[in-house]
Design a binder for this molecule. Sequence first.
Ligand code: UN1
Length: 501
Amino acid sequence: MNPTGNLHDRAAAALRRCGASAPALDGAHTVTSPIDGSELARLHPARAADVDATVAAASAAFGHWRQVPAPMRGRLVRRLGDLLGEHKSDLAELVTLEAGKIPSEALGEVQEMIDICEFAVGLSRQLYGRTMPSERPGHRLMETWHPLGVVAVISAFNFPVAVWSWNTAIALVCGDPVVWKPSEKTPLTALACHALLERAAGDVGAPAGLHHVLVGDAAVGEALVDDPRVALVSATGSIRMGRIVAPRVAARFGRCLLELGGNNGAIVGPSADLDLAVRAVVFAAAGTAGQRCTTLRRLIAHRSVVDELTERIAKAYSGLRVGDPFDDGVLVGPLIDGRAHAAMRTALERAELDGGILVTGGDAVEVPGDGVYVRPAVVRMPAQTDVVREETFAPILYVLTYDGFDEAIALHNGVPQGLSSSIFTTDQREAERFLAASDCGIANVNIGTSGAEIGGAFGGEKETGGGRESGSDSWKAYMRRATNTINYSDDLPLAQGVEFG
Ligand code: UN1
């Protein structure tokens, strides 16, 4: 029994407050809490065969929703944002129960949802197309943006609700229904979000069938991926998953938005403000128990600062409380499961075989129950070996040393992934050079790699998949563009001066 109380009851109560029915206890899909391994629910999973009817219902809703003017669609998202605000603590509680985040980070995740709803409501009046001067007299050339169709959202356990909201808030104002396959590890948060969205839809009189949740295994995901009525597959997860999804969607000429693994690096230059760098590194590397796709995994420090920096990070790590995320003062909650722990141990062994020196952490922390808790690790590496070039979804920070700036950039970009990156420097020239040279979708100065705001486009290059979600003009992935030429003259001049007849 967990000291913070019966987790199942807490989950059921939070779900109820969100308007969802109590979770089933007699199905085949067992949901456990990483906090202590206790059972939260036994849901009745969807099967691949259910996908057809769900996508059919979403397609039918598309027929209605696409005709609702975008600013009116925005009203649904505004209502959703209000409800998310009212149920912020309920959703955060579920995020802690299912994903093991500390409450402050869980609340932060729900805040991202509220923020993206605000963004999307504004966007609903700003789905701008351009007009271009036509080369022909009496003609107008313009582009218009139209709803795309059904969007499948496949999300991961580590941001069980925020990533859904980035996709769904934007998809809805763009005119697209959503079919959501949440992580098998975090379906209860999905049921809560679904209940809130259904309520919002009822409140504003939106058509039924705009949103569906399919709790199921990989076969359900594959059926979604292969369904030609799914116009966009927005998938967050491992590179391995992306390698399966992308070619299958491409084979039917569907559209993909991939947000896959990161292996994020930060350069610390000789002029860096080390006080600030240490604080930023500790949050970015150890926060969320190293389970963000934006987690800092590689620290590339100048030889003149590397010893002091490593020492200070190790000291800060020794003050991090690891344990039940509901306990006051805990900053590092559990790993999601035993597999994550095994992957961490293997990575640490490989790093030591490569000549790495474990500076701190890496050991398991004993807690009551069956949760998996580890102390975040820092490893000094003599070189960027294969294990450093891979993403291990656990709190391991590899420290590499450089002498020249070009060497730092080569190390930084010398991994297959390209999500987030940072430099710590007070040298403006160095900062600008880094921003131009980093091959990632996110490049920061004097802040860590994680914790991006929703206003920017979120995503990365190379094996991270190339997709962009959330703010800026990411909405364009959720719409189709038409180029229109309108002739308001009495003549029919052909483009390029072609004469015909
Ligand atoms: C993720 O880990 O999949 O930038 C998303 C961040 C968060 C989102 C992370 N806003 O760390």
